[in-house]
Write a protein of this length. Structure first.
Length: 69
């Protein structure tokens, strides 16, 4: 059974490598995300955007937690 499962996964090996190259892993790192938030908060223009959307914070949070809806 394990050998059969391995053979099935092995067939998709090349496609998994292709998918890996499409994902920007650096952008998903928490440190990177926090750095971007810090930049946003230091920019008066961007801070205005944040302040204008404070009332939507709950909606934005839900979208971030469940992006596919």
């Amino acid at each position: 059974m394990l050998k059969k499962a391995y053979e099935n996964v092995k067939k998709h090996g090349d496609r998994l490598a292709q998918a890996d190259s499409l994902i920007d892993w650096e952008a998903l790192r928490p440190g990177f995300i926090l750095k971007q938030i810090g930049r946003t908060l230091k920019s008066p223009c961007r801070m205005g955007v944040v302040l204008n959307n404070l009332s939507r914070l709950g909606e934005i949070r839900k979208t971030i937690q469940n992006p596919m809806g």
